[in-house]
Design a protein around this ligand. Structure first.
Ligand SMILES: NC(=O)c1ccc[n+]([C@@H]2O[C@H](COP(=O)([O-])OP(=O)(O)OC[C@H]3O[C@@H](n4cnc5c(N)ncnc54)[C@H](OP(=O)(O)O)[C@@H]3O)[C@@H](O)[C@H]2O)c1
Length: 289
């Protein structure tokens, strides 16, 4: 059993860190808002620290799951950041969905201190974190990955190394580009069917057995028809992910014409007050009037 630290106890981090404690590891947590760290300790045991640095001291692996690039920077190399508390040879695993650039930067900064950095964004949403069934996409070096993999597996059904630093983040971008297109297609199709007077629940049951089937159709189709949008991954987060993807596309020269348009549609959903609605709320644009 290892000494571990977990930074960021949000919707995702709280249950993920919980799985580490439930599997017998000695876990110290840090959360910017202390009350969440205290609530975590009350539920799972372990210790809470006042800074990322204090949490990271003595840990074999430090995990984080915060918001965006500046937040990852703050908890790693900011004042009292984790890197200052970590020993040479220890491993840092970042589960935040962030840019590939920050993953590469932090890999280099960490390497100078002998710390081994792995970018490891996740897919599977709040339910995946709570059920311990996330998909984890990693970038970095093989040796630390092999050490971290069985520990990450406490909250994941798949943990895969996809290439050098940044590869985990790039894979997550591919995932988000796919999801944006799928949800816009589903929104147009469901709206089209409803306007045509079809029983769309029955329609999805039928076509869900054919080539149009998707996870989004199976899991969100019914709730989209019912105009319900409180099922996990929020539009505000999706806009961050699409921004990161579009920035990366500009650098690599890969055109993302449809993703760019859908990003604008998500902007409209935010203006409708839907920043915290789940990502299937794209269909709401057709229900404005
Ligand atoms: N929610 C999902 O379904 C989902 C799915 C896949 C991936 N993700 C990704 O996972 C990450 C976390 O998502 P979440 O849903 O868990 O978010 P969340 O509930 O908003 O939690 C964010 C966590 O990060 C901490 N944090 C943010 N900025 C910080 C800073 N500058 N310094 C220190 N701590 C900071 C927050 O601390 P406070 O408590 O003080 O605010 C909180 O613990 C995001 O990158 C998101 O895109 C989320």
């Amino acid at each position: 059993m290892a000494k571990l630290a977990f930074l960021g106890l949000g919707v995702m981090g709280f249950p993920m860190a919980g799985y580490l404690a439930k599997n017998g590891h000695e876990v110290t947590v840090y959360n910017r808002t202390r009350a969440k760290a205290d609530a975590w300790v009350a539920k799972y045991g372990g210790k809470a620290a006042d800074t990322p640095k204090a949490a990271a001291q003595g840990a074999a692996i430090v995990f984080s799951c915060v918001g965006d690039d500046p937040d990852v920077r703050a908890v790693t190399v900011g004042a009292n950041g984790a890197f200052d508390g970590m020993a040479a040879g220890s491993i840092y695993v970042d589960h935040t969905t962030a840019s590939a650039n920050i993953a590469r930067d932090l890999f280099a900064v960490a390497a100078k201190k002998g710390i081994r950095f792995i970018d490891a964004p996740v897919s599977g949403g709040q339910a995946g974190a709570e059920n311990g069934t996330l998909t984890v996409m990693c970038g970095g070096e093989a040796a630390p990955f092999e050490i971290a993999k069985p520990v990450i597996a406490h909250y994941a059904k798949a943990v895969t190394l996809l290439g050098p630093p940044g590869s985990g983040q790039l894979t997550k971008m591919v995932n988000q580009i796919c999801i944006a297109g799928l949800l816009q297609g589903l929104s147009e199709a469901i709206n089209f069917g409803l306007k045509a007077g079809l029983d769309m629940k029955q329609v999805l049951e039928v076509i869900g057995k054919g080539a149009a089937q998707s996870w989004q159709m199976d899991n969100r189709g019914k709730t989209m028809i019912e105009d319900k949008f409180e099922f996990g991954f929020a539009v505000d987060w999706m806009r961050k992910d699409l921004r990161i993807s579009l920035e990366e596309a500009k650098k690599s020269g890969a055109p993302l014409p449809v993703t760019e348009v859908i990003n604008g549609y998500y902007g409209e959903v935010q203006k409708m007050g839907g920043g915290r609605w789940d990502t299937s709320s794209l269909i709401r644009r057709f229900r404005k009037a």
